[in-house]
Structures are given as C-alpha cells and as structure tokens.
Design a protein around this ligand. Structure first.
Ligand code: BES
Ligand code: MN
Ligand code: ZN
Length: 495
C-alpha cells in the first residue's frame, strides 16, 4: 500500500473519499470542521443541529459534496478530547480504510487534524499504522471472489503542523505497519506451509532485502552445539528444526546488543501429551513470537536504528511419533541444566531455554523474549494485554511504557522464588511444568533459569497474538503482536 504526507489542505485534494475526525462536543464552527462545513454547504451544521452527529467513538456519517475537492466525506466520531492518544488515532485511520472498503474506494485521504495536542510525528505514525494495518489481507490460499472489489491501495495523509515531523511519522509508521503485516502473513500460513525451514527461508529473504546478517543452524549443527532441548521437541516430527539468528549492526562496534527472542513453534499438537482436537488448528499460531521477531528485525533495519540488535528464533514442530520425547524423559539443555519433561505440551519453554542461553552468551544490554507460552495468561489477563515477567524492574517499566505508546499493552506478573520452587524435580535440575496454579508465572520462572545475570523480560502473548479481530485495524487471525511494542522499545533504547 502507498502512503504519503500531502500537506494541510485536505479540501483541495481531488479524492473519492476524505475521512475527518469529529470529537465529542465539537461544533460545526470548530477548527477543522468549519471549512469542511462551508465545503459541504452547511451540511455538517445541519447534521449536528439535528443531533445526528455527536462525535461518539462509534458515530459514522458519509456526506457527498458538489463541485471540486473530495467527493465523499466520512465524518468519524472519535470520542472525548480528554481521552485522545495514539491508539485513538490508529483506530480512526483504520475505520477510514474500512469505510473505503465498503464503498469500493481504492484511494482515500485521511485528515489527521482534530486530535489536539498529540505531537506531529506520533500523530502521523499512528495514523499510518492504523491505515496500513487495516488494509492488510491474507489472500494467498483463497480463490478471489467473483465480483472483485477494489482493494485500498493508496492513502494520502493531511495534517496541520511541522512538515518534517509529520513526514517522518509517516515514514516510521509505514515501516512498522508493513513489518507487522509481514508477521501477520507468516502467522496466517498454515503449518504445512510455514514449517521451520520455511521460516528460515523467509528470514533469509528479509536479511538479504534489508541488509541484516543471518545464521541458520540445522539439526546437525544443533547437535554439535548441544541444543538438546530444541532437538528433544523436534524429535517427534519429520520436519527438521531450525535455529535462526538475525543481526542488525546499527550501534558501535562491540556495543552490547539488544536481543529479541521469539518462539517459532510452527505447529503445536502437544506431542505425546497430545492436545484435544477442538481448536487445535489455532496452534499454527504458535510461531507468532518468532514471526514478530523476524518482522521487528526487518523494521529495525529499515529504520536504521542506531543500536546493535540480534533476533533469535528457535523453530520446531511439536508432533508425536515413535521417537518423540516422552513424559519422564530427562534432557540436557545448552546451559547444562537437565530438565525432566513432565508434559510434552510445555514445549515452548524447552526451545526457548536453549535460545535464551544462546542469547545470554552475547552479553546483551537487555534480552526480551515473546512467546505464545501458556493458556493460563488468557485466563489471567484476557485478550487485552500480554503478561510481562522480568528480573529487572526498570526493563519491565520500559516495556510497559512502550506497550502503552504502541497500543500493544503488557502488564507485570511477579517472579517470586516461591513460584520457582514449584519446578523442583526429584531426578533432574528442574521439571518443565509447575502445576496449574500460576501457570504463566512458573513458565517464566523456568525461562529465568537460562538467562543467567542478563537483564531479561518475557512477554507471554498467548492471549494477544491472534484472535477474532475486534479492533478496526485487526482481522480475524494473526495480529503481528508485539511488533509495534518491540520496535518502539528498541527505538527508545537507541535514543
Ligand atoms: N502453545 C501453547 C500455549 C497456548 C495455549 C497458546 C493457548 C495459545 C493458546 C503451549 O505450548 C502449551 O501447550 N502450554 C501448556 C502448558 C502446560 C502443559 C503447562 C498450556 O498452557 O496448557
Ligand atoms: Mn504446547
Ligand atoms: Zn506451544
């Protein structure tokens, strides 16, 4: 999709559709609405007088102009000015794209005025993110519909303010949202397409396109390195595991890197501890963390972030055959710790154990992993926030703040030693499960065993990585969560 900043004069734009924000309690004579009302021969005032346009967050009206300039004007309610933030802008721009889709309009204009004091680059970035995310679809595997509707292919953005910061926001928003859409595409591909070797090939393509370093280990190499936890998960599958490392060198030579780790489990049947059939198809999304890390690395490279950043994606299937790892088996991890596998469905923490141990060897300034790790987090926090669990309170706060800014929120859970005790094993250094109680926390405690002294945080994204598509910029399926959060955090670290 094409996006560009076109200045402040939206009403001179020769477009089929212009979307304008209307806040609650505004009048037809207010700032951006006044010239619009004049353009529409007083129709905005008439609507408001009739009480049919109040600016509530769900209000939506399309008006038709005579003469030059925009042919259609979509007036979209955006609620109370006191509640304005970047997320409100993101949803507004996404709704504009949804209106265009419904009307079969392929190119539209979005007026970003009316959001008060939001800073220009933040405003433009959020607007572009909303529009680019909303326009994305996954069409690779489906016959096109009989009567082809125009897809939204171009959005022109208008806003008052400093051109340089608005244009920069457009640039950043486009890169971030296009990268998040890459994550969504990878998530959407079913398990028979998006295998571990497929993810590795996609990572190679991204690396070649945007100048990242890349290393991919196959199973022979994993064995040499001693990554027996990944190999144990992969044993029950005919598809070979892969260990993917992407590198962005935007910082000083020798500067400690930021390390991102993503669970790339391309299909989770549970292994010998097999999952029940209903809903198992969703377990193609168990590589959401890995997809987000590959996509975030693309964004970091394209943005030219001035930091050294490493992305690590351990990728495997979790199936079952005569060789599969069994409950009771004990495996030796890369870090040297032994693990008694009580439940083969707690496989994410096993592949992450080796990946985190590998990451810790890089002596990171900070390491953040994201993983669809536990069903328990969906019970605990629902679908509106990921859980963040960390050995470093400052890092927790950085991620929480990045989540707030990016509209991909996370909320802390504690890692007290009492929880870690639930993982004590009779026969090995630890068990891979700690019982039902506090399931998301004990999973994070397990991961913590493999990070050493590294400042580290774990994001459990099982409730936020995919879903029914309730927000205007989402669709049913993968959301690309937490690409916006990770990229925001990395940029905030790079200064
Ligand atoms: N991939 C699942 C977690 C998951 C559940 C993701 C629901 C998305 C939606 C993970 O590998 C898993 O199976 N976790 C188990 C852990 C349990 C065996 C301790 C779970 O949450 O049930
Ligand atoms: Mn599992
Ligand atoms: Zn899993």
């Amino acid at each position: 999709m094409q996006v560009a900043f076109h200045g402040s004069n939206a009403l001179s734009s020769d477009t089929h559709l212009l979307a304008v924000a209307v806040s609650e309690g505004s009048s037809a004579l207010d700032g951006p609405l006044a010239p619009l009302d004049a353009h529409l021969g007083g129709a905005v005032a008439r609507l408001m007088d009739a009480g049919d346009l109040k600016g509530r967050a769900e209000d939506e009206t399309v008006l038709y102009a005579t003469g030059g300039g925009p042919r259609r004007i979509a007036l979209l309610g955006v609620g109370k000015a006191s509640e304005f933030d970047a997320e409100r802008v993101r949803r507004f721009a996404a709704r504009a794209v949804r209106v265009a889709e419904r009307l079969g309009v392929a190119s539209l204009a979005i007026h970003l005025d009316g959001f008060g004091a939001i800073e220009g680059s933040v405003l433009a970035q959020a607007g572009v993110e909303g529009a680019v995310l909303a326009a994305w679809r996954f069409t690779e595997l489906k016959r096109p519909p009989e009567e082809e509707r125009a897809e939204v292919g171009e959005v022109r953005f208008f806003a008052d303010g400093e051109t340089a910061s608005l244009a920069d926001g457009v640039r950043v928003g486009e890169i971030v949202a296009r990268s998040q859409n890459l994550a969504r595409t990878l998530q959407s591909r079913p398990g028979n397409v998006a295998t571990p070797s497929h993810l590795a090939e996609e990572a190679r393509r991204v690396a070649a396109d945007c100048g990242l370093g890349i290393t991919v280990f196959d199973e022979a190499r994993l064995l040499q390195e001693g990554m027996h936890a990944i190999l144990a998960v992969s044993r029950g599958s005919d598809e070979e595991a892969r260990f993917i490392v992407l590198e962005h060198k935007g910082g000083r030579e020798g500067e400690a890197p930021l390390v991102l780790v993503g669970k790339g489990l391309t299909f989770d049947a549970g292994g010998i501890s097999i999952k029940p059939a209903p809903g198992m198809e969703d377990m193609k999304f168990d590589m959401s963390g890995g997809a987000a890390v590959i996509a975030s690395m693309q964004a970091v490279a394209e943005l030219g972030v001035m930091a050294n950043v490493v992305g690590i994606v351990p990728s495997s299937e979790n199936l079952l055959n005569g060789k599969a790892v069994k409950p009771g088996d004990v495996i030796r991890t890369l870090a040297g710790k032994t693990v008694e596998v009580i439940n083969t469905d707690a496989e994410g923490r096993l592949i992450l154990a080796d990946a985190l141990a590998w990451g810790a060897r890089l002596k990171p300034a900070a390491m953040v992993d994201c993983a669809t790790l536990t069903g328990a987090v969906v019970i605990g926090l629902g679908r509106h926030a990921a859980a963040v669990m960390s050995n470093d309170d400052a890092l927790t706060e950085e991620l929480r703040a990045a989540g707030e800014r990016s509209g991909e929120r996370c909320w802390p859970l504690p890692l007290w030693p009492e929880y870690a005790k639930q993982l004590e094993s009779e026969t090995a250094d630890l068990m891979n499960v700690g019982g039902r109680e506090g399931g998301s926390i004990t999973a994070a405690c397990f991961l913590q065993e493999f990070v050493g002294e590294t400042p580290w945080a774990h994001l459990d994204i099982a409730g936020t990585a995919y879903g029914d598509g309730k927000l205007p910029y989402q669709r049913k399926g993968g959301y690309g969560f937490p690409v916006r959060l990770l990229v925001d955090w990395v940029r905030s670290r790079a200064g």
